[in-house]
Design a protein around this ligand. Structure first.
Ligand code: KIV
Ligand code: ZN
Length: 517
């Protein structure tokens, strides 16, 4: 029997980026978009073009880059939003616009201060307006799961007449439960005039931990698109996790007997790792499919069973999702050929990376630590591929400390091409080093979060530092990895400051996401 396609609509670059601290700069978004194409998702929501110049530019770059997926920009029902969205996707092979307006009484009354009729008129106007320029229009009724059913039927019916080809009924606040969310799709498909001529989409948030279950219930009731993110990142508790929904459909092909996705499952783990590396949002150890423990068997009985036959305790194989059990370790005797060969084997995209610098970094690392693991290679190549347009560069760092002396740091940096050297003392080595960086850059952001983890095992492992800073209402994260954690800390802060500078350059309207959504 021919299975229906459930389209995977990836919103990592839009709803996912709305996770606190998941801000990505343009180069990082490009890196993720390339990976999404390899993953073979059907639709990429590349951003919200009207929210800032930076968002506009990143949607534009992603649209020009990818060839297979439909590329969308989100837009409110405002002329300026729609114009910017259309302009941003104009170079896409398959362009589209995703228009939304809130429809629940709670949102209409308290957020939009609009009547139902006004929201209906705005939606119809916006869809019809966008349709004059583009064929592919998705319409979303934000907070659909808490919207009066008859009104939802009316607004969806009118959106179809105005030209929408995909209708999305989001569970914006993660309030729905599977029976109810599934039933909503069944009723909508049966009731909305023209409902059989469009594609129905599920968009779930994970506030009650039900986003994946709700999305699967929607599929069982006729939804043929799922909106999701890599690692399930997104507003508050996150969005539907792409890898979980895809692997549930694939692994339980007996239950989801009439559907399939186009996703290249072996790209799931590399995508998860790349996103974690780029955003600094680590994957929880017990996260299904992609967490470090997802395929680890601890209990003796389980280990015994798996050794006798994998199927005793494993419902999927690690290699199905791209986890390479053949962990080849490189070291200081590995040459350039082995280095590049391993990157290719891992499917790491090094387009645009200066391979001389990357190889030098690999050699320098191999000199410091005996074994260089795949995770180390991913960190090097990701960092190298997103640098280039940076305002700040760390050139030199010297920190002295002892149990008797106050920690003191000297830092040399390049700022817009000019070199600066300064020093400061602090409460600890990281504090001293951050104080100098603040002095040199003239920015003193609030350090909201700081964490260190080791990329691999062993005392010679690279430390990966993630910091989250806020300045002027903007929240950005930074990552740095190095065998010396003070150096990794400094690199993380410089990375965050570069993102801040990029956002300021593009005049990001802080908080617009939160006001508008
Ligand atoms: O959660 C939501 O309702 C959204 C819409 C903009 C689709 O993200
Ligand atoms: Zn959402």
């Amino acid at each position: 029997m021919e299975r229906d396609l459930v389209k995977i609509f990836d919103t990592t670059l839009r709803d996912g980026e709305q996770s606190p601290g998941a801000t990505m700069n343009i180069e990082e978004k490009i890196l993720i978009a390339r990976q999404l194409e390899k993953l073979n998702v059907d639709v990429i929501e590349a951003g919200f073009a009207a929210s800032s110049e930076g968002d506009f530019e990143s949607v534009r770059r992603v649209a020009a880059l990818v060839s297979h997926p439909i590329v969308l920009s989100l837009a409110r029902t405002k002329e300026d939003d729609i114009r910017k969205a259309i302009k941003a996707v104009e170079k896409a092979k398959h362009p589209g616009v995703h228009i939304f307006i809130a429809t629940s009484d709670i949102h209409l009354k308290h957020k939009l201060m609009m009547s139902r009729q006004e929201a209906l008129d705005a939606a119809v106007w916006a869809v019809a307006y966008a349709k004059k320029y583009l064929d592919y229009i998705e319409f979303s009724a934000e907070d659909a799961s808490r919207t009066d059913f008859q009104y939802l039927v009316q607004i969806f019916g009118e959106a179809i007449k105005a030209g929408a080809v995909t209708l999305n009924a989001p569970d914006t606040v993660g309030y729905a439960v599977p029976q109810q969310y599934g039933a909503l799709f069944k009723r909508l498909r049966e009731t909305v005039p023209g409902g059989d001529t469009v594609s129905w989409s599920a968009h779930c948030h994970n506030d009650l931990g039900l986003a994946v279950a709700n999305s699967l219930a929607a599929i069982e009731n006729g939804a043929r698109q799922v909106e999701c993110t890599i690692n399930g990142i997104g507003e508050r508790a996150g969005n539907t996790s792409m890898e979980e929904v895809v692997m549930a459909i694939k692994t339980r092909g007996d239950v989801f007997a009439n559907v399939q996705t186009n996703v290249a499952a072996e790209q799931i783990f590399p995508s998860s790792q790349l996103l974690a590396q780029v955003t600094g949002l680590g994957v929880p150890q017990n996260k299904p499919i992609v967490g470090a423990n997802a395929f680890a068997h601890e209990a003796g009985i389980h280990q015994d069973g798996v050794l006798k036959h994998k199927l005793t305790y494993e419902i999927m194989l690690p290699r199905d999702v791209g986890i390479d059990s053949n962990r080849l370790v490189l070291g200081k005797h590995s040459g350039r050929h082995a280095f590049i060969d391993r990157l290719q084997h891992l499917g790491i995209d090094y387009t645009g990376v200066d391979m001389n610098t990357a190889f030098e970094r690999f050699k320098a690392l191999a000199d410091k630590k005996k074994n260089v693991y795949d995770e180390d290679l991913i960190a090097i190549v990701t960092e190298e591929s997103v640098k280039g347009t940076d305002k700040y560069e760390l050139l030199y760092l010297n920190v002295t400390s002892s149990s008797m002396a106050i920690p003191h740091a000297t830092v040399k940096m390049r700022v817009d091409g000019q070199e600066f050297l300064d020093n400061a003392s602090g409460d600890g080595m990281v504090d001293a080093c951050y104080k100098v960086i603040y002095k040199i850059t003239g920015i003193e952001p609030k350090l909201e979060r700081y964490s260190v983890k080791s990329i691999t095992g062993g005392t010679d492992a690279q430390g990966e530092v993630t910091c989250l800073i806020s300045d002027n209402g903007m929240l950005v994260n930074g990552q740095g990895s190095h065998t010396d954690i003070i150096m990794a800390s400094a690199l993380a802060l410089v990375n965050a400051l570069n993102k801040l500078a990029q956002r300021e350059r593009y005049g990001h309207q802080a908080g617009l996401h939160r006001e508008g959504l």
